[in-house]
Design a protein around this ligand. Sequence first.
Ligand code: HEC
Length: 630
Amino acid sequence: MGRKQGILIALALLAGAIASAIYWGGSETAGSGRTKNSDEFVARTGTAIDPETHPGRALFEQNCASCHMGGVPKAPAKVWLEMMAPDAILAAMRGGVMKQQAARLSPAEQEQVAEYLTRTRLADFHPPAPPKQCTGAAAEFTGAAPALLSWGHDNNRFFPAEAGGLTAADLPRLKLKWAFAYPNAVRGRSQPVIGWNTIFVGSQDGTVYAFDLASGCTKWTFRASAEVRTAIVADPAAKRLYFGDVLGRAYALDAMTGKALWRTKVDEHPNATITGSPTLGGGSLLVPVSSLEVTSAADPAYNCCTFRGALAALDPATGAIRWKSYVIPGEPRVQSRTARGSTILAPSGAPVWTTPTYDAARNRVYVGTGENYSSPADGNSDALIAFDASSGKRLWQVQLTPRDAWNVGCMVGNEACPKEHGPDFDLSASPLLVPLAGGRDILVAGQKSGMVHGIDPQTGKIVWSRRLGHGGTQGGVHFGMAADGGTVYVPVVDMADTRDGRKYDTSQNGAGIHAIDAASGKVLWRQHAADRCGGRDYCDPGVSAAATAIPGAVLDGHLDGWFRAYAKDDGKLLWSYDTTREIATVTGAKGRGGSMSGPGAAVYQGHLVFNSGYGMYYHMPGNLLLVFGK
Ligand code: HEC
């Protein structure tokens, strides 16, 4: 291990200790930039173990590493196993897909492997207690079907009054109705969908819940083996739910029973993952494919890189893949060798973190891509790409930042860093398709660079570009914008200290919410949230989570743990709520929120529902689902 890596691991361990023995690292999109080593991904809910000396290490190396260090397609890379809950790893070895591979290990040795991978002492791990079961009328699925079809009602994340039953005037009357603390979790990354008086939401230990909206009891639960970071997507007519897990599998459940209808591994690459939410469009379930090979790439002995971002169209009834289009059309080819003799393959990367945007009028689907992982960079990274929704044929693409080849080797400062040493300016927010006057429309795409672009959906031509912040690996536009008519709300992160050694022009810092005109990109107002962190650890005033719009207001959770609502016309603060206070939950246990990032709020019949807690990339951990009503 290099000296720098050693220091980073020490820092990560220290971070875990400081955050009162509950700190989970992790990474991705807004994030590819945040990862320094796999230790940051590790779950620590109790006393941390020392992975260097733990007996599970040798057992893993002898029995598992040959396949799980990138050697075998389909075998999830170690960094993903590290993010699983220890009981799920044990279940895989004892009765699941790894039964044969783990057969030579004694039960005690299997436990050591699970402890080593999760850096968690099993004695400190508590399997999720069964949440309170609904009985009687509360167990039934009644009332309006889900309003939320995809990533925030429609992709523009605007809930009209008919669907959400919530307008700016209602905000001062909102009260916390109940809260739930996700067990074994330090973050809530899955955006809820609400329908039939039920909240459907995924969680870090892989459990998907169906909560009664009124009382918080559960109608059913389903356990995927790995974390669910995507939104739950509902098809109200078929009464089906769809989502992805971090091991690259897409699922369909029966919304009424929670029974799995199918599951499909969408990509065989060891590092493939699904964290962008799937979208229903053109009769298919459109699933974005991303990866964390950007992290494996930091090992100078690793043959970097072979992952290519992709978009797949699945049959919603069976899960069969109808078509799959890689954003880098050709397979990566050997380009050169490093001083250590490992191979550099390119072009690679361009992961798809964004929820696909479906355009019914043109039967097209648009996705944004992230950076290349290896040198030379190509024209497919940091790009917006249009595909035909029936065939998967590429129709156009527009690259917004050229020559962006970057991997975690650049953060560690080793020879694995591509020579471009690119800025890591992913398109990580889902592009919005905004209707304009005169029957035209425009795509609005935000980037981690702090730039927002208006693009003609027909041709891919850039109509306007606007800078709203300095951007960075943890800057610019992250998880999602929202549009109310021609007004686009753009949350910007722009952390003061991105902890990646880069310096940004602080005079350009755009942390806050911006309202812009979709036709021209003109800024209508901007609101910089007051810094209420007071020097607190892992607290930052930026806005990373996806915005949600209702009539007269935009709603967003901030990295400082405050959820805020701003007026549509002038950005005035209308309502705010501190989610980091101690809160009594439906199970009787006390819980606490933290930073908000990733998904945004869901709105349904006068209720406002969102997660709080984002224990990764040095943000405040927390594990709450919060349900507000009038
Ligand atoms: C011969 C290759 C090979 C070996 C050896 C191996 N694995 Fe796997 N592992 C795989 C493959 C392939 C998959 C993906 C299976 C799938 O998704 O159907 C997998 C999946 C897994 C999963 C995910 C399970 C899930 O629920 O999705 C876990 C956890 C895991 N392996 C742990 C281990 C551990 C621990 C060891 C060592 C005791 C081990 N594996 C040894 C190939 C291997």
